[in-house]
Design a protein around this ligand. Sequence first.
Ligand SMILES: [Mg+2]
Length: 311
Amino acid sequence: MTEQDRIHSLVARFGASADRIVVPSGDDAAVVRADGAVSVTSIDAVVEGVHFELPAWPLEAVGRKAVAAALSDLAAMGASAGEVYVAAGLPKELSEAGFDALCDGIAAAAEECGAGVAGGDLSSAGELWLSVTVVGYAATDDAVVTRAGAQPGDAIVVTGALGGSARAIELIAAGTDSADPRLMKQFAPIPRFAAGAALAAHGATAMIDISDGLARDAGQVGDASGVQLTIELASVPLAAGIEDAAFAAASGEEYELLATLPQGQVEFAKSAVAETGTTLTVIGQVTEGTGAELLNVDGARLEIRGFDHFD
Ligand SMILES: [Mg+2]
């Protein structure tokens, strides 16, 4: 398949994937009817050998993960999903069936969030990589929740349960069958758009999606807000089969949302998030200080590093 053949097949597949897209992929640039007062843009890349290994990863999962991980950053702003743009480096040995599976994953992750694939670029490459740009929308700039607004006294909340992603990485490395549902936290992560919107609507003062682990991402919110996030490990919700809260707090690529909000909003936010099909758990309180502190059951401070690409 030539590059032009591949592009034609992509245009045919993604061309009219959302009503907002006025001029789809295939022209020099996409034209999109914006859906709100502000656009919210993020970019995320996945690289073979760094974020995934072949053939342990099905190619469909590679496409899904790349798009879902990028979209999760929009959910963490309280924005809606708009357009997805995918640049890809394809090894020469990637088969047509493999390319199709990759596209299936990209399409599925975008569709599940209501996003349209509006463009992209293909190159040959030594190893497989995808760079995904996502654009979302919010009604006003006040509707967007950054990392920077947490206030002392706010409750710290997290959606879903943690630890399943790190366990999935262990299981993939151990050669577990790719259909095992425990691997889906890695192979088919779910951006929390509805929960993010519910938290934004209920006065979330700061929000982040958990990509580098609860401990590290809580530190990001504390640093950005000029406060300290004090988290009680015993309160951290654990995924099925996970018993070690420290393991869960270091688990990256969870794509759950960590937010801070006024105490008076907690019960309303819990109900609203429950209606989106997941849970909201209070795990601590914002205090004066900087960064994040994780407290053991006995009140002792715990050092959890989380994930850093350049450690
Ligand atoms: Mg993020």
